[in-house]
Design a protein around this ligand. Structure first.
Ligand SMILES: Cc1cc2nc3c(=O)[nH]c(=O)nc-3n(C[C@H](O)[C@H](O)[C@H](O)COP(=O)(O)OP(=O)(O)OC[C@H]3O[C@@H](n4cnc5c(N)ncnc54)[C@H](O)[C@@H]3O)c2cc1C
Ligand code: FES
Ligand code: FES
Length: 488
């Protein structure tokens, strides 16, 4: 028998037998009549539906901002769901609401609950040591406003930065060991927040779900950021398997004895980019993440979802492909490793059986001196998918001879493309401008871009050329001439 999903909604305990696949947005608005959470795009793009999800961690509740239009109810078990209503004080405005009023941060008001939720998350849950305008902007990077414009919202954020910074009247709150408790003490957050950890601790976990009988599920839901955009209205009427109920499919381990990283397939973009072992091998990973979707999306989007979506322009796909990843599939009876370079067969066609789950992703620990680099061009810098993206894993010895080369391009073929001929040509070659120019010509022969809404085929060829150049100019400008490469 299916167990009810049990959680806290603002200051209320909830036990529901709503379908696992129902969207939290629809649950809030239609079943709880909490209509402060707005339905805008219903595609993760506008942030009008933003909510906070709290998870118990070492006796404290840790909150993350997400878009409720992409999260299934089946994921709420044992968590604290905070809608905009749950951030209201019994009387008066909370500091974020007050700052938005003071600085005229709202006109029609449709986007405002989403902005307030995101800004409240920064106030109560951000890990930043000091509050900054950039921090607030990162927090509301997934919120769009069509009428007020962002200047007044920035001014409201700056007011909050002043109040929470050294010398400000709320500085003690920002620096408190438990910021949520300090906000409640100061009367800035409803006091029910202080008892949520105790409440969540009493919720028994759901019975462990079997990993066999996978063929009985109509859909596997990971972060839901692709699936709900495609099939949001349909999923509540189907049998979904909520993969995030399997924490064993998360986590990042560096296995020095085996020479590999083992990454849980459900690792999210943010978890990947924040892991110290990943930062050690990809020092600019945070910069790359900034080019991908928005914070609430990256908190949800998983590596396996990005790969299995099989979009030719998946960003983490381009990176993991360049890192020579192996995908591990399991159907409950049989475990099957598939080299990622052989996974994609054609447009959205790939080597996976319907009853198989991707459980792990493995890639070799890069040898010292390996440069892993990512480039992306899209119509707008943030919150947009790529026109063309590219990743590289490159290592040259002390004499400048290339000892490891793996180059990928996205958006220039029906599949995320490993540049086999180009990579093989470069291997063992001295790293000079002429050699790279020859390689760039070979790469043009490997790609077959088509014209579409993201750009013409010619434009994509140009981008492919420039992004490949960037890998070499970024890391080997002492060996190649950036001017000659970019002018070619
Ligand atoms: C507003 C917006 C912006 C976006 N921006 C970007 C961007 O900049 N760059 C980018 O690359 N992508 C972007 N995306 C696309 C999306 O976020 C990613 O593709 C994401 O990685 C999908 O992962 P998910 O966990 O949400 O997948 P889901 O939607 O849960 O699943 C996608 C597919 O993979 C299957 N699946 C997932 N995990 C497994 C598994 N472990 N085993 C078997 N099957 C599995 C699901 O069944 C489904 O078919 C954006 C999406 C939105 C809505
Ligand atoms: S309704 Fe637009 S992000 Fe959810
Ligand atoms: S106030 Fe109207 S969309 Fe932002």
């Amino acid at each position: 028998m299916t167990q009810p999903v049990t959680f806290w909604l603002n200051d209320q305990p909830i036990e529901t037998d709503a379908p696992d696949g129902l969207l939290v947005l629809d649950y809030l608005r239609r079943q709880r009549l909490l209509t402060g959470t707005k339905e805008g795009c219903k595609e993760g793009d506008c942030g009008a539906c933003s909510i906070l999800l709290g998870d118990l961690n070492d006796g404290r509740v840790v909150y993350t901002p997400v878009t409720s239009c992409l999260v299934p109810v089946g994921e709420l078990h044992g968590r604290h769901l905070v809608s905009i209503e749950g951030l209201n004080l019994p009387s008066g405005l909370n500091p974020v609401q007050q700052a938005m009023v003071d600085r005229c941060g709202s006109q029609c008001g449709f986007c405002t609950p989403g902005f307030i939720v995101s800004m409240c998350w920064y106030m109560l849950g951000s890990p930043d040591h000091k509050p900054t305008l950039q921090g607030f902007q990162r927090a509301f990077s997934g919120n769009l406003c069509r009428c007020t414009g962002y200047a007044s919202i920035n001014r409201a954020s700056l007011d909050l930065v002043d109040r929470f910074s050294e010398g400000g009247d709320l500085h003690h709150v920002w620096t408190a060991d438990d910021r949520v408790a300090a906000l409640c003490d100061a009367g800035l957050l409803p006091t029910y927040f202080t008892s949520i950890a105790d409440h969540l601790a009493t919720i028994a976990p759901l019975d462990e779900e079997p990993m066999d009988r996978l063929e009985e599920a109509d859909f596997f839901v990971a972060g839901g950021t692709d699936l709900y955009v495609q099939k949001g209205e349909h999923l509540p009427r189907t049998t979904v398997k909520i993969l995030n109920r399997h924490p064993e499919m998360k986590g990042i381990d560096r296995l020095d004895d085996d020479g590999i990283f083992r990454v849980g397939a459900l690792t999210t973009f943010e978890e990947f980019g924040h892991h110290p072992d990943i930062q050690a091998i990809i020092p600019r990973i945070q910069d790359y993440l900034f080019l991908i979707a928005s914070l609430p999306l990256r908190i949800r989007a998983t590596l396996s979802g990005n790969i299995i979506n099989a979009s030719p322009i998946g960003d983490m796909t381009a990176l993991l492909l360049a890192m020579d990843s192996t995908l591990v599939f399991d159907n409950g009876d049989r475990r099957r490793p598939v080299p990622m370079k052989r996974f994609f067969k054609g447009y959205k066609i790939f080597d996976k059986e319907p009853d198989e789950l991707m459980t792990e992703i493995h890639f070799p620990i890069p040898e010292p001196g390996t440069k892993i680099h990512f480039e992306k061009v899209s119509k707008r810098k943030c919150l947009d998918i790529a026109t063309v993206n590219s990743a590289a894993s490159l290592r040259a010895d002390e004499q400048g001879v290339l000892r490891h080369v793996s180059l990928t391009l996205g958006g220039v073929a029906a599949i995320p493309l490993y540049l086999k001929e180009t990579s093989e040509f470069l291997l063992g070659q001295p790293l000079t401008t002429d050699v790279v120019l020859d390689a760039l010509r070979i790469a043009q022969g490997e790609i077959s871009p088509i014209s579409d809404v993201r750009g013409s085929a010619d434009y994509k060829r140009l981008l492919a050329h420039q992004l490949l150049c960037a890998h070499f100019t970024e890391h080997f400008s002492h060996r190649v001439s950036p001017e000659a490469l970019l002018a070619s």
